[in-house]
Design a protein around this ligand. Structure first.
Ligand SMILES: C[S@@+](CC[C@H](N)C(=O)[O-])C[C@H]1O[C@@H](n2cnc3c(N)ncnc32)[C@H](O)[C@@H]1O
Length: 213
């Protein structure tokens, strides 16, 4: 595997020393994107939130610090990211405000109807079967609860060359905002909000699980 591909693949499932370095780099490198994403939802101080593909755990920490009576759970299928997330959220874990678990989006280790929000930042383009995985997430959301999807590379002519390079390196596919909305609709969600920052190629979609399923 070439060096560039090796580094890129660390975003898919960070591991070892390079993976931990990437996890920390994403904690700071994704700060502006995730905070922009968070402006699209209103998490209450008693909300129960799930971060899927939590990586280095900074989104968990930022949300947890806004809660007084809620809880944030994080899952990731990389053991090294679980260790890093636990380190980053050490105090909040001891206080019982954060819990971080090893797990895969396709087989979420949670009860039905548990979360007020689920978030996925720069992680859902890695999921093995996006529509089916979105359906799996719906199971753990409370009726009326929302899923927030955020990433920085939706399919767009202006960024085509850069995005194709990344997609080839990572062996993934980026989609247009309409295609993401179609996947969510197919998975049974109602689209609440879609926002893009075209100059940065950022996308944010908030989708709601209906009140009666
Ligand atoms: C590009 S990183 C983003 C991490 C973090 N959300 C952030 O914004 O910094 C993608 C993360 O998703 C995790 N991931 C990818 N596919 C996953 C899956 N099927 N189940 C759980 N985690 C997954 C990876 O291990 C990695 O930590």
């Amino acid at each position: 595997m070439g060096l560039l591909k090796n580094i890129a693949m660390q975003c898919r499932k960070p591991s070892g020393r390079l993976g931990r370095f990437m996890g920390r780099a994403m904690n700071s490198g994704h700060a502006k994107l995730r905070r922009w994403g968070f402006t699209h939802i209103s998490i209450n101080s008693d909300s129960c939130v799930l971060d899927i593909g939590c990586g280095g755990g900074m989104a968990i920490k930022e949300i947890a610090l806004t809660l007084s009576n809620g809880k944030v759970y994080g899952i990731d299928y990389s053991e090294d990211m679980i260790q890093l997330s636990k380190k980053v959220n050490d105090k909040l874990i001891q206080q019982g405000i954060v819990e971080i678990m090893h797990g895969n989006v396709s087989d979420l280790p949670f009860e039905d109807n548990m979360f007020d929000f689920a978030i996925a930042i720069e992680s859902y383009y890695f999921w093995p079967d996006l529509v089916n995985d979105l359906i799996k997430i719906k199971r753990v959301l409370k009726p009326g609860a929302c899923l927030l999807l955020v990433h920085a590379a939706y399919k767009d002519e202006k960024f085509e060359k850069r995005n194709n390079k990344i997609a080839n390196l990572l062996d993934i596919k980026f989609h247009t905002p309409d295609e993401y909305k179609d996947f969510l609709t197919e998975a049974g969600y109602k689209i609440e909000k879609t926002d893009c920052k075209p100059e940065k190629n950022w996308i944010c979609i908030v989708a709601q699980k209906s009140e009666n399923n």
